[in-house]
Design a protein. Sequence first.
Length: 258
Amino acid sequence: MTRPSPHRLRELLKKELRQMLRDPRMKAVIFAAPIFQLMIFGYAVNTDIRDTATYVVDLDKSPASRELLDAFTATGYFEVVGRSERSADLVHALDNGGAVVGIEIPAGFEADLTRGAATVQILVDGTNSNTGTVAQGYATQIVQRYARIRMQRSGALPTGGVDLRTRAWYNPELESRVYNVPGVVGVLIMLMGLLLTSLAVVRERELGTLDQLMVSPLSGTELILGKTIPVMIVGLIQITLISCVAVLWFQIPLRGSV
């Protein structure tokens, strides 16, 4: 096989870029569609929970139980929509869709907490498995954090040994959009690259110029490069645009070198 001719390849690149950018509809597909899709997926693909309806049964009514409930509401993940002194009301609220999470604090909670053996019941509506799983994870973390703070106050935590703590450096708040939006950017670029390359070949067949390319002096390597390099250039422009949207609009943190 002969080496690709720089002259023929350059002329084919010019032809592809002109053919790609002179169509107004193609310009919309190239530049507007990725930004539009990123805006949609950036809000749609979101597993965070906010103000989750929570029903409370506080049978202890002590400063410790109120402090625990304040720890739930202060995070913004849970919102108390009802209170009662009967466990049956909590179950009724979960069954009828009036609440997603139920918290029951038994009588004697503060006394048991002082002895280091307190228990709290958390019920989660599993109708929406994703919301239920996320809410359960948040509730578990809040209870564990509250228990650790109480133990530190009472001096029950050991001062020596190993203190193992987990920290998320890139996304400390564990917000799903900070993980999902960069993934959506990668998927969009991959899909647009496949779409534009396939359209470039299909367009030749629709216009009847594919046979002319086959009988031209172009080699197979030159034809492949001529179809893919313009898409690569357009892809670099696209990833610059949608990355700016991700950083400026969705406030996605940019770490390291661009």
